[in-house]
Write a protein of this length. Structure first.
Length: 259
């Protein structure tokens, strides 16, 4: 439960972004932002990915902000504040028709091309790390010694980051008759269909040819969740969307958003 103090801090955060809560006529969330001529801010570029709020003000102007995945708690606080002020959530369309037909358990899991490149990179980083550790006792110059120590530390952090981003934060998806299950390498998150209000698939802006996939959704308490799901094949997204819609979840696929 969000206290009045936390909601007040959220209101101040929006104010710093040039958004007064009393000026908001409506908002959309979990939807890509496309510039609309001069009546928008930021007006210099589009926004794609997760955590995008688009506020339409009473004046007709539009303000858009994007929160990073690690700011999910802030997105939840904004949702709670908007809910408290009864501001219309225009792209949330509760589905009335819910199918009782059992869904056979389906697993959506693939190993991305990025994973193979990451493994190769980790092997080379590990070889470099071991070579430097082996050479360390033979170093006599103090400056070279400190440079080597720094390089080893940087290499260790790079190796950990690569392992973390490739394996530890990624999830694949399992759908059964009553639950959506996001499974990672050492953990899993189980959500009943009845506990999910709105869900969206999107990709992060990156230079990769195969950009990473994310899933974001709001539960029945208007708590925001976001997970990295690069282990789901993108060609299966439409099938997943139809299954989740049949379970009464307002589900969208922003991968196909027309820029």
């Amino acid at each position: 439960m969000y206290t009045d103090i936390s909601l007040h801090k959220t209101e101040l955060y929006l104010l710093k972004k040039g958004i007064k809560i009393e000026d908001i006529a409506s908002f959309t969330f979990m939807q890509p932002y496309k510039i609309r001529a001069r009546r928008c801010k930021p007006y210099w570029h589009n926004l794609g990915g997760t955590g995008i709020f688009i506020f339409t003000l009473q004046s007709g102007f539009v303000r858009a902000i994007q929160l990073a995945p690690f700011q999910a708690h802030k997105a939840t606080a904004i949702l709670q504040l908007l809910k408290q002020h009864a501001i219309p959530f225009t792209n949330y369309q509760p589905l009335q028709t819910v199918s009782d037909v059992p869904v056979s358990s389906r697993t959506y899991h693939r190993y991305s091309k990025y994973m193979s490149f990451s493994v190769q990179g980790m092997v080379w980083i590990l070889i470099l790390l071991l070579s430097m550790i082996y050479a360390l006792p033979n170093i006599h110059t103090l400056v070279t010694y400190y440079i080597t120590i720094f390089t080893i530390g940087f290499t260790v952090l790079s190796l950990f980051f690569m392992i973390y981003m490739t394996f530890l934060v990624q999830h694949y998806l399992i759908l059964d008759s009553h639950h959506m299950i996001l499974k990672g390498l050492f953990h899993s998150h189980v959500f009943a269909y009845d506990d999910i209000r709105k869900l969206n698939f999107d990709i992060r802006a990156t230079a990769r040819r195969d950009p990473p996939l994310d899933i974001e959704f709001i539960d029945k308490d208007f708590t925001y969740h976001v997970f990295a799901t690069d282990w789901i094949e993108k060609c299966c997204i439409d099938e997943i969307v139809e299954i989740l819609k049949s379970k009464g979840i307002d589900t969208t696929n922003s991968i196909k958003f027309p820029w």
